[in-house]
Ligand binder design. Structure first.
Ligand SMILES: [Fe+2]
Ligand SMILES: [Fe+2]
Length: 271
């Protein structure tokens, strides 16, 4: 049962900070006259800031029932911010907020992250965690698209005169689009594609690319912090996408360890 508490707190600590920052980015992109939307974004900021603070007050010894209730409450907040983001996406796509500055793909992207968060909590509370081979494919399909989107946002928010960096961002975008399609191909070939050698090659290959994207984001973040490059990227957004790449790497490392465990067990069975 502590695994449940540890896993829940880990997800909530990471994603509540992310949701809080999304509220901030949404608020920045609205026009000055959109006071209602700005107020709503600020309310979500307060809600997730409070959730983040409370998640740090709990620890591994907290009663699992308390955590279960907390998960339900957070899942509810994640559902509400998801609905808000989708509503904003609708307004943007109907050209009802001309001049606002968040890309539709960014608003869709942050709604997918809210939905992911909501699903994680739902899975934890119902005790229905996906079997490893399914988790490996689904997490990769989700995160590879997230990484491909990040590369596109970076490429479009850098100043056009930063030609070399824009080119690098474009290369990452192409690389991750390709990896994402490969992941979808593997997903279509389920369950026959879920062999240990195929899954472990899949995880290894993705890990190499995520590491290099993570390093690129870290460099970009540092350059932005030091005011060494021209862009309209908020320093917090640069750090935000870096942390999401770190999260994906952490998940890939977990899969890698689980798969080598499977390999070891298999060898033992063969003996
Ligand atoms: Fe995000
Ligand atoms: Fe993201």
């Amino acid at each position: 049962m502590d695994a449940f508490v540890a896993r829940s707190l880990d997800e909530i600590r990471f994603w509540s900070r992310i949701m809080k920052e999304h509220s901030f980015f949404l608020g920045l992109g609205f026009r000055a006259e959109d006071t209602q939307l700005i107020t709503e974004a600020n309310q979500f900021h307060t809600i997730f800031e409070d959730i983040e603070r409370r998640s740090h007050e709990f620890n591994i010894d907290t009663d699992p029932h308390t955590i279960k209730e907390f998960n339900t409450e957070v899942q509810n907040a994640a559902t509400h911010i998801w609905a808000f983001k989708r509503m904003v996406l609708g307004l943007i796509l109907q050209c009802k907020l001309p001049g606002q500055t968040n890309f539709p793909l960014l608003v869709d992207h942050i709604s997918r992250e809210a939905n992911y968060f909501r699903n994680r909590l739902e899975e934890l509370n119902s005790g229905k965690l996906e079997p490893l081979p399914d988790a490996i494919i689904d997490e990769n399909v989700f995160f590879l698209k997230i990484m491909a989107d990040h590369a596109k946002f970076i490429g479009h928010l850098l100043d056009p005169s930063e030609r070399k960096l824009v080119e690098q961002a474009r290369e990452f975008s192409n690389d991750f689009d390709t990896l994402m399609f490969q992941a979808i191909d593997l997903s279509h070939m389920r369950p026959q594609s879920q062999t240990v050698p195929l899954l472990s090659q899949f995880v290894d290959e993705n890990r190499v690319s995520v590491k290099s994207l993570r390093d690129f984001k870290k460099t970009a973040r540092d350059l932005i912090d030091e005011c060494r490059i021209k862009s309209i990227i908020h320093p917090l957004l640069a750090d935000h996408v870096f942390r999401e790449a770190e999260r994906f790497l952490f998940i890939l490392d977990m899969f890698d360890q689980s798969l080598s465990g499977v390999k070891v067990n298999k060898k033992e069975i063969m003996h």
